[in-house]
Design a protein around this ligand. Structure first.
Ligand code: GDP
Ligand code: IMO
Ligand code: MG
Length: 435
């Protein structure tokens, strides 16, 4: 009896200890996407056992540059260029089988090792059908969000409507038949028929993806039980979150911290580190409010120096000053434990830099959380800080930055209340300062 109680006690302690050590790190965007999450995730992936995308789909474009060689990942997690980690496309994602196969083929061609042994697709991840892209394009005509046109919204709509198909369905003998019925229904619902909905290529890609469909929840939980490091990689950014962003000018998934739990099947308490990526200024692709947008030559300069062109659609990104009320909102919503500041080097040529420190609405100071639904009505108030007018590209030590650049980093850090532990000084994998 005593032995039994003892063993239960020790089992209990053991379990608690294991749960407390569950080391999930989440990396996510704090702005409107394109903050440099891909580069950050690749950096962290060196020591990770699993890298898992938890939401979004091929609307993402995550850039990694290694010794000048550029790779843009859309659906495959940014851990794939490191030799070791398993890479998971999580259940919160919407996956386009055709473009995923193309992405895998391109990585193969590039010489990336052991993709087949390392890549796993969650059974509950939803599939983007050709009809979703068609519907995305049609909706843009009447309701312009400026989407990436990748079928994201319609695929998530079908998921929520319980009409979707999931990666696990590929394994079912009824998959093709059910999909064809769905497409027939869709064709009946639209006026002009298009022949772009041919399913042969889609089915062929689904066949190719069969071996990748796995029990990813178990893969992740087994890793956590062994105290391995799991990295959850976000796409888009906090202000594009379907619930917390600048609705309706948002994407159709939860880009914020909760998305990591639902999108991967992990408990909230497994997350021990939350890294928010902040670009040293602000960019946005697509429509919607942008309080600090610069429509002048400074905006054009940021666009040009920052090479601010969408990694997915090639559209020019809108550019503006850093928006601290928005970042503070992202700090709160996501519970950031730290922040990484990227693209500091893009500000090198400026003699003065403006930073938005407050919003005013109806003459009163407003928090982003209070005006997120009407951000177009706020007037930003700025503090001017000194520029450094000196090249910092490739700098590796914080002390080697010009004083004004150090001050800029410290100024942001003080205002947002979380430490900035990495500063990006160039696009290459190694262009970082770790503090
Ligand atoms: P993501 O969607 O958040 O992964 O970001 P993107 O890849 O869409 O856009 C970020 C761009 O900035 C990419 O072209 C990166 O190579 C580049 N980048 C990331 N960090 C830095 C940095 O610190 N300095 C410079 N100059 N470029 C960077
Ligand atoms: P990464 O992961 C920047 C934007 C689109 C559009 C809105 C809705 O590279 O940071 P969607 O196609 O998702 O329905 O489009 O969201 N958007 C992004 N902007 N970076 C992204 O991803 C984006 N993914 C979607 O431009 O305004
Ligand atoms: Mg991007």
């Amino acid at each position: 009896m005593i032995r039994k109680v003892f063993s239960q006690f020790f089992n209990g302690v053991f379990l608690i200890t294991k749960e407390h050590n569950m080391p999930v790190t989440v990396i996510l965007g704090t702005q409107w996407g394109d903050e440099g999450k891909g580069k950050g995730a690749d950096f962290l992936a060196e020591n990770a056992d699993i890298v898992a995308r938890f939401q979004g789909g091929p609307n993402a474009g995550h850039t990694i540059i290694i010794d000048g060689q550029k790779t843009v990942l859309h659906q495959v997690p940014s851990g794939i260029l490191q030799p070791r980690p398993l890479c998971i496309l999580g259940g919160g994602m919407v996956i386009n089988p055709i473009t995923l196969c193309q992405e895998i083929a391109a990585l193969d061609k590039q010489g990336v090792q052991n993709i087949r042994g390392r890549l796993h697709i969650a059974r509950n991840a939803h599939l983007i059908l050709p009809l979703h892209r068609d519907r995305d394009a049609r909706m843009e005509k009447s309701h312009a969000i400026g989407t990436t046109g990748r079928g994201i919204g319609p695929a998530y709509t079908d998921k929520i409507s319980r009409l979707g198909f999931r990666a696990g369905d590929i394994l079912s003998p009824l998959f093709k038949q059910k999909t064809r019925l769905r497409v027939d229904d869709y064709l009946k619902s639209i006026d002009e028929k298009e022949d772009a909905l041919v399913l042969a290529e889609f089915f062929s890609a689904c066949e190719d993806l069969r071996p990748f469909v796995s029990d990813t929840v178990d893969l992740i939980h087994s890793a956590l039980a062994d105290n391995k490091l799991v990295l959850a990689e976000g796409a888009q950014g906090t202000l594009l979150d379907i619930d917390h962003g600048t609705y309706p000018f948002v994407t159709s998934s939860n880009t914020t911290i909760g998305g990591a739990c639902t999108g991967l099947g992990i408990p909230a308490r497994a997350i021990t580190r939350v890294i928010g990526i902040i670009k040293a200024y602000t960019t946005r692709v697509g429509n919607g409010p942008f309080p600090t947008e610069l429509l002048d030559e400074t905006g054009a300069l940021l666009q040009k120096r920052g090479d601010e062109r969408g990694a997915t659609t090639g559209r020019d990104r809108r550019c503006g000053w850093l928006d601290l009320p928005a970042i503070k909102y992202a700090v709160k919503v996501n519970g950031l434990t730290e922040a990484w500041l990227t693209k500091l080097d893009i500000l090198d040529t400026l003699s003065e830099i403006q930073v938005c420190t407050e919003y005013f609405a109806d003459g009163f100071c407003a928090k982003a959380s209070g005006v997120i639904n009407c951000l177009e009505t706020v007037t930003p108030s700025y503090v001017t800080v000194q520029g450094w007018e000196q090249e910092i590209r490739g700098t590796h030590k914080f002390e080697d930055l010009p004083q004004a650049a150090q001050n800029y980093v410290r100024f942001i850090e003080q205002r947002i209340g979380v430490p900035i532990t990495q500063v990006g000084t160039g696009p290459d994998r190694t262009d970082n300062i770790n503090r």
